[in-house]
Write a new protein. Structure first.
Lengths: 115, 114
């Protein structure tokens, strides 16, 4: 079974631009979560989608948004990029969120650099 | 060891030794704990999990111990190999629930010397 796939692997953008990141979950997984990882803050939760609905949202500004499609694929968008948005963005999927024995399965992330 | 909110600690061991990585979790209501391993350039990879009704669980070369009294979790790796070099995260969660938002610790960097 294929793992979580994130595209692109690397992105370089300039301040003020916007960016869209894509995530394809493991087949059959309906929950997709997004995390931002930085050396200073560690893994921080952005949002979680289940069956095309955002169920939970972390403490990030409205510039960060996402969506999930009917095939469970998800995208996240960051508008008006700032230097501090430079990070590794990780997508994770799970089969039955809110249940035991249903850990997150992560992709290898998209490395975003804002200059 | 590791605790949520602290700087990333480092554990250096020799190949073949046993490694113990510690984690202090914060929420006494947490009842599901997971260990992840993150190698350079990759996303975190699930290693092993444990429910709060257990105090020990074993996998292949790994054992997780849970002490709810002091809110402490540890990951033991037997016969550590160079391929075990990575950052290890513990995560805590409250289950069941409608949401699944595990809280991650800051991680411990394990360096295995050949």
């Amino acid at each position: 079974k294929a793992g979580v796939t994130q595209t692109p692997r690397y992105l370089i953008k300039t301040r003020g631009q916007q960016v869209t990141l894509s995530c394809s979950p493991i087949s059959g997984h309906r929950s997709v979560s997004w995390y931002q990882q930085t050396p200073g803050q560690g893994l921080q939760f952005l949002f979680e989608y289940f069956s095309e609905t955002q169920r939970n949202k972390g403490n990030f500004p409205g510039r960060f948004s996402g969506r999930q499609f009917s095939n469970s694929r998800s995208e996240m968008n960051v508008s008006t990029l700032e230097l501090g948005d430079s990070a590794l963005y990780l997508c994770a999927s799970s089969s039955t969120p809110g249940h035991y024995n249903s850990p997150l399965h992560f992709g290898n992330g998209t490395r975003l650099t804002v200059t | 060891g590791e605790s949520v909110g602290l700087h990333l600690p480092t554990l250096s061991v020799q190949e073949g030794d046993n490694s113990i990585i510690n984690c202090a979790y914060s929420n006494s209501a947490s009842d599901y704990f997971i260990w992840y391993k993150q190698e350079s350039g990759k996303g975190p990879q699930f290693i092993i999990d444990i429910r709060s009704n257990m105090d020990k669980r074993q996998g292949q070369r790994v054992t997780v111990l849970l002490n709810k009294t002091v809110k402490h979790l540890s990951l033991q790796i037997a016969a550590t190999q160079p391929g075990d070099s990575a950052v290890y995260f513990c995560a805590e969660n409250i289950v069941p629930g409608g949401s699944y938002i595990p809280t991650f610790g800051r991680g411990t960097s394990l360096i295995v010397h050949p």
